[in-house]
Design a protein around this ligand. Structure first.
Ligand code: AP5
Length: 219
C-alpha cells in the first residue's frame, strides 16, 4: 500500500496519517514533521528551512525531494508507505513520477477555510514527540500539558493567524493543482497512475477515517 494524503493546512492529514499507517502497518513520511525535527535539532538543514517555514512558504524542491527519496529507499519502506505533505506542487509530483515510484492511491481531504482556520489556530503540539491536540476537538487531559509526559504544549510558529492565511494561499496556488494532475493522469488509462479519491474531511476524526478506509477498500 503506497498512499499520498493531499489537503490544505489543518485538513487533518497528520491525524489521519497516524491512524492509517497503524491500520495498514506502513511507514509514515511526514515532510513537515521531518523539517520541524531538523529545526528543533539546530542542524544545518534546520537552519536553512526555519525562516521559510515561519513565513508559511515552501522549502526548495530539490531539498525536499532528496529527503523523501532517501526515506523511500530504506528497507523498512518497501512494505508500503504513506506520504503526508508531499508532493506539495507539480514539480515534486513529477519527480516521483520520473523516479518511477509507484503510488496506489491519492486521497484528497477537503475542508472549508473557516473550519481549517479554527482547527489550525486551536492546535497545540508536544514539540519533542509531535503529539497533536486541539483545544476544543481533542483537548489534553490537563490544559496545555502533554498527556504522556505532562510537559507544556506549544502553538506551532506557523499556526499564528497571519501565517495561516499565507499557507492557505500557497496551498491554493501551488498544491491544489495536484488534484487535476492526478485526475488527468488516471484518465489517461496509464496502469501506473494512482487511483484518486476526494474525501469529505468534516465530522469527527473517526468518521473521516472511516470514509478514507471505505474509499480505499472499495477498490
Ligand atoms: P506541514 O506540517 O505538512 O503542514 P500542513 O500541510 O500545512 O498541514 P498541517 O500540519 O497544518 O495540518 P494537517 O492537515 O496535518 O492537520 P492536523 O492533522 O494536524 O508543513 C509545514 C511546513 O513545512 C510547510 O508550510 C512548508 O514550509 C514545509 N513543507 C512541508 N512539506 C513540504 C514540501 N513537500 N515541500 C515544501 N515545503 C514543505 O489537524 C489540524 C488540527 O485539527 C489538530 O489540532 C487536530 O487535532 C484537529 N483535527 C484533525 N482532524 C479533525 C477533525 N476531523 N475534526 C476536528 N478537529 C480535527
Amino acid at each position: 500500500m503506497r498512499l499520498i494524503l493531499l489537503g490544505p493546512p489543518g485538513a487533518g492529514k497528520g491525524t489521519q496519517a497516524g491512524l492509517l499507517a497503524a491500520q495498514y502497518q506502513i511507514q509514515k513520511i511526514a515532510t513537515g514533521d521531518m523539517l520541524r525535527a531538523a529545526v528543533q535539532s539546530g542542524s544545518a538543514l534546520g537552519k536553512e528551512v526555519e525562516h521559510i517555514m515561519q513565513a508559511g512558504a515552501l522549502v526548495p524542491d530539490d531539498l525536499i525531494i532528496r529527503l523523501v527519496q532517501d526515506c523511500i529507499a530504506q528497507p523498512d519502506y518497501q512494505r508500503g508507505f504513506l506520504l503526508d505533505g508531499f508532493p506539495r506542487n507539480i514539480p515534486q509530483a513529477q519527480a516521483l513520477q520520473a523516479a518511477k515510484v509507484q503510488i496506489d492511491h491519492v486521497i484528497e481531504i477537503s475542508v472549508d477555510d473557516d473550519e481549517l482556520i479554527e482547527r489550525i489556530t486551536g492546535r497545540r503540539v508536544h514539540a519533542p514527540s509531535g503529539r497533536v491536540y486541539h483545544i476544543h476537538y481533542n483537548p489534553p487531559k490537563e490544559a496545555d500539558r502533554d498527556d504522556i509526559t505532562c510537559e507544556p504544549l506549544v502553538q506551532r510558529d506557523d499556526d499564528k493567524l497571519e501565517t495561516v492565511h499565507k499557507r492557505l494561499q500557497v496551498y491554493r496556488e501551488q498544491t491544489a493543482p495536484l488534484v487535476d494532475f492526478y485526475v488527468q493522469w488516471a484518465a489517461q488509462g496509464d496502469p501506473l497512475a494512482p487511483v484518486f479519491h476526494s474525501v469529505d474531511g468534516t465530522g469527527s476524526v473517526a468518521v473521516v477515517r472511516d470514509r478514507i478506509v471505505a474509499a480505499l477498500e472499495a477498490c
